[in-house]
Design a protein around this ligand. Structure first.
Ligand code: SF4
Length: 333
């Protein structure tokens, strides 16, 4: 059986169930790289210039960890998934960059996703991808339909049960209890709530973010993430803050930030990485909105390769302490 490797990095958290379904429907075995380790980060870092963003370095480390473990590695070039809204340039050149800096990589299965080029080009691109595994266009079509349905189910599962991507994936694979004790109380909890906003590859890679969500949960907070509001709530927050979306995945920063700042959440934490152009603009917009509203405390954390864990923990503790004092004051008034 042909083995297709998928790096557990970048867009993995958004699309893994869809990609897995597609390849498995075509008879392939899917192999996912392990959780991020320091060795992965340093091996990925060693292949690119220093100012490459942290998530791309991590991604390359994951590709390196798949060398010798699969027949192909799947690296899509996702340019645009909504009309006239474009992705960060790093995603556009990912397959070519990987080929250039990791010559020992297994052959790369890539697909160019750009909805601005029309449906016909999209279908052709999907067929070209499927051709590596079958010559039967009908099978590719069936696999694509099943994959899209898996994606819709995954998104629905996250928003209707207030699950994070890792929790939803565990639920799909049957390893999570049907009634998890965290994240399931988005609308009904009386515990203090903290919203964490940013891209899933920063929020759910525990090595990169020093187990931020875990730390918040351990401190007794209910953690809210960008997957939990509805699409309408995210879109209306984008309209309020910037008029219209310019970047793909803007809902994860501006949409979620704008929504949570006005949803009664006790605090909002934005996560971004050093050297990220799109995020520095988007996070600044959320910051300004927080300063304008003055209703919900906001803190942004910038991660990079040399971020010290102690620094993150200190800032987090200070932020939580401030929220605690603020709430106590409100109760006393
Ligand atoms: S959006 Fe920012 S962090 Fe993400 S890949 Fe692009 S530059 Fe890197």
């Amino acid at each position: 059986m042909i083995k297709v490797g998928i790096p557990r990095a970048l867009l993995y958290y958004q699309y893994y169930p869809m990609w897995k379904t597609f390849f498995e429907e075509l008879g392939a075995e899917v192999v996912v790289s392990p959780l991020t380790t320091p060795t992965m980060l340093s091996s990925g870092s060693s292949r690119v210039v220093a100012d490459t963003c942290l998530p791309v370095k991590v991604f390359l480390g994951h590709v390196l960890s798949l060398v010798g473990k699969c027949d192909y590695v799947f690296i899509p070039a996702i340019r645009s998934v909504s009309r006239k809204i474009y992705n960060c340039s790093k995603f556009l050149g990912l397959p070519d960059m990987t080929k250039a800096v990791i010559p020992e990589s297994p052959p790369i299965l890539d697909i160019d996703i750009d909805v601005n080029k029309g449906k016909r080009r999209l279908y052709q691109a999907i067929y070209q991808l499927g051709r590596h595994l079958t010559r039967n266009p009908f099978k590719v079509r069936q696999a694509a339909i099943a994959a899209w349905q898996a994606h819709l189910n995954y998104k629905q599962l996250m928003s209707s049960h207030s699950l994070t991507p890792p929790q939803a994936m565990e639920r799909i694979s049957g390893t999570l209890e049907a009634n998890p004790k965290t994240h399931s109380s988005y609308s009904t909890s009386t515990r203090s709530t903290i919203a964490v906003i940013g891209h899933p590859y920063l929020l759910y890679d525990e090595y990169i973010n020093y187990r931020l969500i875990h730390r918040l949960e351990q401190a007794g907070y209910t953690v809210l993430t960008p997957e939990m509001p509805t699409t309408e709530e995210l879109e209306s927050a984008i309209v309020r803050l910037v008029g219209r979306a310019y970047w793909t995945y803007e809902d994860e920063v501006i949409g979620a930030g704008g929504h949570y700042l006005q949803s009664g959440t006790d605090g909002v934490i934005g996560i971004m990485t050093f050297g990220c152009g799109p995020d520095s603009l988007m996070m600044d917009r959320v910051h300004r909105q927080a300063a304008r509203l003055r209703t919900t405390p906001f803190m942004s954390l910038t991660l990079e390769e040399h971020t010290a864990e102690a620094g993150i923990v200190t800032r987090l503790e200070a932020f939580l302490d401030m929220i605690y004092r603020r709430k106590r004051r409100e109760v006393c008034v």
